[in-house]
Design a protein around this ligand. Structure first.
Ligand SMILES: [Zn+2]
Length: 413
């Protein structure tokens, strides 16, 4: 590998690290509309029932919380380090956190997630089986190690000297395009992400094993994605910064320190983020390729949270990233109500399957466009996928630029 390539890889790696990680935490306002059923399990004598489960130690089971911050949206720091071993496990959920927290905090979180998981799948229009198939085997860091140090180029010592190899040499299933040798680094990067995201868990395992053999180094460690929803009880969160969705599950405030009477809506909202990330951006684990109004609008609207009563005077579709939110809205709660309005139109005039197809087009994107968004500018992967799949009320194409420029006219028609 020559020095220019190394420098390019270093720049790209830095960019991924610099923009990796989580969005802001949810500060959604309370909602008076109909709510999905969450814990709501109080029985007649006022005590609460919890799902069945048991406390475990990863020192005995090996199931440590991933050490890759991108897996937990760069939140949940306590679970990444100090409390990565202590968890409560129920049928579909693993709740990690400080062993000094009351047991009921763990059980409360597990119960919320267990009770809302099917509602989240139904809201997005995906089956549990489909979700499991889309879910990556490894966290984003493992893929980033492989693509940067291996799949896009690595050195093999031969009797003739050092040879440059890449995925086209080591994976006979890889469908290298005819112009592979002429492709730029960015073209190859995008092509390999699309290939990886369509490959099976066993293919990922095969490539990881090959990396491990070549470098005599295990790139995985604890960085696998569990089959269950992994929750971190995050004591840095509170009643107003309550939840954050991630590729492995979510970070939420412990119930004993930050109880919310709408915690079922917030948990459903975060589960919808978890589905978005696993389907659309499984190698990133965060929404940096997706418009903020869309990810928050889908999560807010489908979770049954508050929708603004009038769209007039607001421009939610202009909010591509967090900076834009501050430019267009005086507070986050108001912004979320309007993201929900913008998404409601999408939901009303497009089927769940069409929206899911849009997320899958993002997942499978192999083009040369920008993969990340910037203030006021959608990523190409979002823009192209949105434009191909979304429709207006009359059935004609809805482009993101049209929606942004003519938002009020479109909603009034
Ligand atoms: Zn959200």
């Amino acid at each position: 590998m020559n020095k220019i390539k190394l420098a390019l890889i270093a720049v790209v790696s830095f960019a991924l690290v610099a923009c990796g990680g989580g969005e802001s935490n949810e500060t959604v306002s309370n909602n008076n509309s109909s709510t999905p059923s969450g814990t709501g399990n109080s029985n007649s004598n006022g005590s609460t029932s919890y799902v069945a489960g048991s406390f475990k130690s990863a020192d005995l089971t090996g199931a440590y919380f991933p050490s890759d911050g991108a897996a937990s949206g760069n939140g949940g720091a306590e679970c990444l380090s100090s409390f990565n071993y202590n968890y409560f496990e129920s049928e579909d959920v693993m709740v990690y956190g400080d062993p000094n927290l009351p047991d009921t905090d763990f059980k409360h979180a597990a119960t919320l997630v267990e009770n809302l998981l099917n509602a989240a799948f139904n809201a997005v229009g995906i089956t549990r089986q489909e979700f499991d198939d889309y879910r990556p085997k490894y966290t984003p860091q493992v893929f980033n190690n492989l693509i940067n140090g291996y799949l896009l180029g690595f050195t093999v010592e031969t009797e003739q000297g050092a040879e440059e190899h890449d995925i086209s040499d080591l994976d006979s299933d890889f469908p290298a395009p005819a112009n592979w040798s002429e492709m730029t680094y960015n073209q190859r990067y995008s092509f390999v992400i699309g290939y990886w995201n369509s490959a099976s868990d066993s293919k990922h395992g095969e490539l990881v094993a090959s990396y491990t053999e070549h470098y005599q180094f295990d790139p995985v460690g604890y960085n696998t994605v569990a089959d269950k929803v992994v929750v971190c009880l995050d004591q840095t969160m509170n009643g107003s910064r309550y939840g954050q969705g991630s590729i492995i599950g979510m970070n939420i405030a412990p119930n004993s320190t930050a109880s919310r009477n709408d915690d079922d809506e917030v948990v459903l909202h975060e589960l919808i983020h978890m589905i978005q990330f696993n389907v659309a951006v499984p190698t990133e684990g965060a929404a940096y390729g997706l418009d903020r109004w869309f990810t928050e609008g889908q999560a807010t609207y489908l979770a049954g949270q508050k929708v603004a009563s009038s769209h007039s005077g607001h421009y939610p579709v202009h909010v591509v990233d967090l900076y834009d939110e501050g430019q267009h809205f005086s507070d986050t709660g108001l912004a979320y109500e309007h993201y929900a309005v913008a998404y409601k139109y999408i939901d009303t005039h497009n089927s769940k399957a069409e929206v899911l197809n849009m997320l899958l087009d993002i997942r499978n994107y192999q083009g040369e466009g920008m993969r990340t968004r910037s203030s006021g500018v959608s990523s190409d992967i979002f823009q192209e996928s949105f434009n191909v799949n979304m429709h207006k009320k009359d059935g004609t194409q809805l482009t993101i630029n049209d929606y942004r420029s003519n938002y009020h006219t479109i909603l009034n028609n």
